[in-house]
Design a protein around this ligand. Sequence first.
Ligand code: NAP
Length: 348
Amino acid sequence: MSSEAQRVLIRSAGGLDRLELAPAEAPPPQAGEVRIAVEAAGVNYADTIVRRGLYASAKELVGWPITPGFEVAGRIEDVGPGVEGFAPGDRVFGLTLFGGYTQRLTLPADQVFHLPDSLSMAQGAAILVVWLTAWYALFELAHPRPGQTLLVHSAAGGAGGSIVQLGKLAGCRVVGIVGRAEKVAEARALGADEVICKATDDLWAKAKALAPQGYDVVLDATGVETLKESYAHLRRPGKLVVYGFASMMPKGGRTNWLKLIAGVLRTPRFHPLKMTNLSSSVMAFNLSYLFDQKEILMDGVRQLLGWLAEGKLQVPTVSEFALSQVGEAHAAIESGRTVGKLVLVSPR
Ligand SMILES: NC(=O)c1ccc[n+]([C@@H]2O[C@H](COP(=O)([O-])OP(=O)(O)OC[C@H]3O[C@@H](n4cnc5c(N)ncnc54)[C@H](OP(=O)(O)O)[C@@H]3O)[C@@H](O)[C@H]2O)c1
């Protein structure tokens, strides 16, 4: 690979204009590391919150400047001492704690996996974060039983769509919620048994009609806009899994600090005494704080790649953007209009 490799750099918090291209620096791999010539980088909604300077783990672990991105696919360029199983030229994909929007990246080898021949580079960069998010929410936290009913917000998106798929794999009845009518087909294609469209349906009236006894599990990354009702629509016993707060953010444009502060203040508090009597649990997680839980995450990766090999999981719909179009990719995922995954590609 030429020495002109580039990466996306954000020097300070703000809008799309903060996304600039800069030379990519990836040190030679040390013991236990590999260097990857990156050909595709997954875009996650969280990356836009990183850009806005509101993502806690980015501020704690990296600060400014920062290159966002949690996942890449590419080819092995160099292998550090002691690394077995990888050789230059191998097609791989992997997880990274930030830094993924780049054309060259050095990573611990245990965060890197061989890319199945059936997947393109863009598909490889599209699955690890959303599938692991869905796996962790369902199989580490909620443990749904076959036959139980799940309510899944943003069911045509990256993480939500993956929860729909894994929920069906777990034998559950899945009710998906989407924000726009054109997303209904995507949620159904992923396996949702019923889809509620917030633009055309009365969300909570329909949710009640579809599960009069309530939902065994509700999976909510919308946040303040829906959390109170998500909890109110649990059955007894029921579990609310919280993993994002998109509704505090604008659908494009500048951060609205008044909306953000109002959102924080309006976020419901759940009382342990009432929760106990209702047998209703609230669980939450952020994968970016779980990178040291490698045993758990690797269990997830093994299981997910096994399901992929058995044809039980379908790769999300992927929309590709050149690395230089990173602003368009951020604008798209912030707009609330996208389905599936967005990926930045740097083909060789
Ligand atoms: N905790 C974790 O470890 C973790 C990991 C991955 C993702 N997440 C969270 O999961 C959510 C989805 O992430 P993703 O990367 O898969 O993105 P995505 O679902 O593909 O795209 C974001 C979706 O969120 C909804 N949305 C966006 N802005 C909104 C707003 N202002 N108000 C209400 N809804 C809005 C829209 O879907 P609808 O209108 O159809 O609902 C939009 O399409 C995000 O909140 C993200 O932070 C958390």
